[in-house]
Design a protein around this ligand. Structure first.
Ligand code: PMT
Length: 433
């Protein structure tokens, strides 16, 4: 596969499996719509391409693809998608979104919230993968406040990460566990009645509900239960289920995430008044990955007694001491494509995460300008639950600080964003009239 960037448009070479085959080209405009098609004599074209970029047409293992249009280019994004593996969950997820959009109706604002970290597999049948820290707390809390603000929410989240409304269960469970452990004595000895879940235990904490005596372990109608209930907003959860305003779509890998992101954005851009869509990109996306074509099919073998060590696999270099060197490629940046190609009329909110506070605003501002975001939420890793900056065009930035008595900074953030989104919709409709 070869790609070439023309200054005014994108020229995409079709996959050529036979070096002698003629090559067919499609000329597309900036939205990816075909404009015209034409062909070349394949052998001659490949020869000239080889002179221009040696090795580009052979696609050999470990060879570097030339970056003709840069990491943010349409060609890079398209090449990523063309080489992604099939995902059996993809088509059903898109079907569910279509049904959801029908159900939501034409007047409700819609938010696509991405949440949690993507994995970059190291094997096709992935036993091992590269992951990141994201818990999904930001995305889950934001989805919750967007639902409360009247949005229908499409929640594109990492499988197993935190979710709206029940996101505090792990906290609550930890609190519950810590409370139990706190009743151990100084030598780590449990109280005389033991921490036995099966009946006559922890009597000072739990009052057993007679109705549930036949179900040991779940019979705790307790002080602790009361505390858990205040942490978990089950009322909000059921209300949201009853109104049918939340669609949860899971992903695990980078490939699944980006394919779903593109498809969901494109679907949402086709709704009536697409300006009412807010795309809120809080997921922590792997910046580095191993392209699918370079991944070994099976588990990378380690050296055991008498064996020669990691198998001789393309893209994986075995070291003398039995280790491996795995080369990660950079993931094409997709922010710009969300804004310009997949969902061009939506209100798009990007994120910028840094660990160094001194470069945070500058990097957020650069991302805002480069990818033409409507707003970038700038957050510093360790203070992300306490303060964020909302960075907007013309150098405007607004710090949002969580007051001590407020549980979630997202409550304030979403209030600010929803206000800006309403203004954006009004201005868009003024522009049309
Ligand atoms: O989940 P939590 O534990 O609550 O943490 C929340 C958070 C810190 C993950 C969240 O607030 C956040 O900042 N999310 C974005 C993290 C991130 O990927 O930052 P970045 O600076 O690497 O990327 C900036 C933006 O580019 C992101 O909006 C991302 O979606 C986008 N991106 C990243 C890589 C890529 N290849 N393409 C992209 O479009």
């Amino acid at each position: 596969v070869g790609t070439h960037r023309d200054p005014s448009s994108t020229l995409v070479a079709q996959r050529a499996t036979d070096r002698r085959a003629d090559l067919h080209f499609e000329l597309r405009d900036h939205l990816g719509q075909p404009v015209s098609q034409f062909g070349f004599d394949g052998e001659a074209w490949i020869k000239s391409w080889e002179r221009f970029a040696p090795g580009a047409t052979t696609g050999g293992a470990g060879q570097r693809r030339p970056r003709m249009g840069g990491l943010d280019s349409a060609e890079e994004a398209d090449a990523f998608f063309a080489s992604s593996p099939e995902d059996p969950a993809f088509a059903p997820s898109v079907e569910r979104l279509r049904a959801f959009l029908q159900r939501v109706g034409p007047d409700t604002p819609i938010a696509l919230v991405t949440s949690g970290g993507t994995t970059a597999p190291l094997e096709r049948t992935a036993v091992r993968f590269v992951d990141n820290f994201s818990s999904g707390s930001r995305g889950a809390a934001s989805a919750e406040y967007l639902l409360r603000a009247g949005y229908a929410v499409v929640f594109l989240h990492r499988e197993g990460s935190l979710r709206p409304f029940d996101r505090k269960i792990p906290d609550a469970a930890r609190w519950f566990h810590d409370s139990l452990v706190a009743s151990y004595d100084a030598n780590g000895i449990p109280p005389p009645n033991g921490l036995d879940w099966h009946g006559n235990s922890i009597l000072d904490m739990l009052q057993t509900s007679t109705a549930n005596l036949d179900r040991p372990g779940v019979c705790a109608e307790s002080l602790a239960g009361e505390a858990l209930r205040t942490k978990i907003d089950l009322g909000g959860h059921f209300d949201m289920i009853n109104r049918g305003t939340l669609l949860a779509t899971p992903f695990t890998t980078l490939f699944q995430y980006l394919n779903l992101l593109r498809a969901l954005c494109v679907e949402m851009s086709a709704v009536a008044t697409p300006e009412r869509v807010m795309v809120y990109l809080a997921a922590a996306v792997s910046d580095f990955y191993v392209p699918w074509e370079r991944l070994p099919t099976h588990k990378i073998q380690s050296r055991e007694a008498g064996e020669s060590g990691p198998n001789n696999l393309p893209g994986i270099d075995a070291t003398e001491d039995g280790g491996v060197v795995i080369r990660l490629s950079q993931t094409p940046k997709m922010l710009g494509h969300v804004r310009s190609r997949w969902c061009p009329n939506a209100y798009v909110v990007g994120f910028k995460l840094e660990t160094d506070p001194d470069i945070l605003l500058e990097k957020a501002n650069r991302s805002l300008v480069k990818y033409r975001m409507h707003l970038v939420v700038a957050n510093e890793m360790h203070r992300r639950k306490d303060r964020v900056a909302l960075v907007e065009p013309e150098g405007r930035s607004t710090w949002v600080n969580r007051p001590e008595d407020m549980a979630d900074i997202e409550e304030l953030m979403i209030g600010e964003l929803a206000r800006r989104h309403v203004k954006f919709v009004e201005e868009s409709s003024d522009g049309k009239s």
